[in-house]
Ligand binder design. Structure first.
Ligand SMILES: [Zn+2]
Length: 491
């Protein structure tokens, strides 16, 4: 090649790189947070901090452990009696319908019966305290203690905060003579922690039977989280606009059994083990799409310039971004259908070949994947190993994705920003399961957000040891529910 040709090529290459760099820089520079002005906060009824802390503590002191997990029906009876006593206006004004004894559907009639209602939900059951950890609690888990500015105990966050928060907000508005412009339905399930079969599913069926088609529904799910995203100091209000699906697939292999002195190379255990390795080596592909993509888009505008350069130019850095997100379990969960072998069983004696081997692999499905597509993928990667694949017991597709524009989304955003003016409101994907998924037929949009400030440490308290809530945070949660009710059903 002549020197002049080489020089021309080098110049073209440099120009190309400079142009690409310029495009990346410009794209990063123009990323800005969405222009959203919540407007002036409305005046809200005063909340007696001491009173609401006392109400939550009393509710926590009643151990409403989900009945299939060992809870007593009497606890649920006692909790509902407590709520009747503590929230007299709610129980005198709203129509209260028991569902399957321990769940409740409440209707607060609005002035305009033709206007589309809204639905607020929470759950009254809690998970048990893991045996052996009781003594690690700073305050006994069901004492309902108030100490160090906190209410302590199982359910203080998940989800008696929701129950007491909603009821306190409604009670305070009733005390001021407030009547909502449209119907407000409130659903309290009693078995969320074990799937919601008798609670949320039945409440949703009752709503459907009454012809309810709500503009939106708010349930638990996301929260206000600080210090989890590198580069962002402000608290982020993660509002779940969808939740992942769930599939526990059972894999079985069969062999001839017999004495282990002359083993064949393809016994039941050998093939199942190989199948599990193949499944781990061929996970469902990572993909930044749907709610996770919307979240990254929203948070990109809050990032440092260097991070913006990468995140705003995913057309070029997409594989790098996906690789980075895949490296940590928490972010891996939002970019792919995750794979977790949870049960493995085979064999009965050390010198007998297993006639059957069984494994259960739990998948959490990214929106866009389905139970059928995951099953097809597993059948595909375990081909020729003689593995039978079927849904073990719980399999469901990801939820529909709710909108991040429109009146309902804006109302949730306003109520958040009025309560926590420094927060960043971001759509998100809920990676666990909530009752919300059962309500898809009765609400256009479903938002999953518990008005609770959390750090990484607090997150471990959920379903863990030392669950508690600061009384200031409890007060803020009530303000949030008041604000949401006023902005969506006010005059
Ligand atoms: Zn919960």
């Amino acid at each position: 090649m002549a020197d002049s040709t080489r020089r021309r090529l080098a110049v073209r290459l440099s120009l190309g790189i400079a142009a690409l760099a310029a495009v990346c820089v410009v794209r990063a520079a123009v990323v800005s947070p969405p222009a959203f002005d919540p407007g002036p906060a409305p005046s809200l009824p005063a909340v007696d901090r001491d009173r609401v802390a006392d109400d939550l503590a009393a509710a926590v002191a009643i151990p409403t452990i989900s009945i299939p997990s060992g809870g007593e029906p009497a606890a649920f009876v006692a909790l509902h009696a407590l709520l009747r006593e503590r929230f007299p206006r709610v129980h005198a004004t709203l129509e209260v319908t028991p569902i399957h004894d321990h769940a409740r559907l409440l209707r607060w009639r609005g002035r305009d019966p033709s206007a589309r209602p809204i639905i607020l939900t929470a759950h009254v059951d809690v998970v048990p305290v893991e045996p052996g950890t009781e003594s690690s609690w700073t305050q006994p888990p069901f004492s309902g203690s108030r100490a160090d500015g906190h209410v302590w105990g199982r359910g203080a966050m998940d989800d008696k905060l929701g129950v007491v928060g909603i009821l306190t907000a409604v009670e305070s508005l009733l005390a001021e003579g407030f009547t909502p412009s449209r119907d407000v339905w409130i659903g309290f399930g009693h078995d969320e922690e074990v799937g919601g079969a008798e609670g949320a599913i039945a409440i949703a069926a009752a709503l459907e039977q009454r012809g309810v088609s709500a503009e939106f529904l708010l349930d638990e799910g996301g929260a206000i989280v600080s210090g989890t995203i590198p580069g962002i100091a402000a608290p982020i209000a993660f509002v779940g606009i969808a939740e992942k699906g769930h599939a526990s697939l059972e894999l079985t292999t069969e062999g001839e059994g017999g004495h282990s002195s002359m083993p064949p190379p393809d016994g039941a255990i050998d093939r199942l083990a190989r199948a599990l390795v193949r499944i781990e080596e061929h996970p469902m592909p990572a993909s930044l799409r749907g709610p996770s993509e919307q979240m990254i888009d929203r948070l990109t505008s809050e990032q440092t310039f260097v991070a913006k350069l990468v995140l705003a130019n995913r057309w070029m850095f997409g594989p790098v971004v996906r690789w980075i997100l895949s490296r940590h379990p928490a972010t891996n969960a939002i970019v792919r259908t995750t794979t977790a072998p949870t049960i493995l069983e085979a064999g009965s004696a050390d010198n007998v070949l297993a006639a059957r081997a069984r494994a259960v692999v739990n998948f959490r499905l990214l929106p866009g994947d389905t139970v059928a597509s995951v099953e097809a993928h597993i059948v595909d990667v375990t081909e020729e190993l003689g593995v039978t694949v079927r849904c073990a017991k719980k399999c469901w597709d990801p939820s529909p994705v709710s909108r991040t524009e429109g009146a309902a989304w804006d109302a949730v955003g306003r109520a958040i920003l009025w309560t926590w003016p420094d927060a960043i409101v971001s759509p998100s994907l809920v990676v666990g399961a909530t009752d919300a998924r059962h309500y898809a037929a009765v609400a256009d949009d479903i938002y999953r957000f518990l008005p609770l400030r959390m750090t990484d440490v607090d997150r471990k308290r959920l379903h863990g040891t030392d669950e508690r809530i600061a009384i200031d945070d409890l007060h803020a949660a009530v303000r949030f529910y008041q604000a949401l009710l006023v902005t969506t059903t006010g005059p």
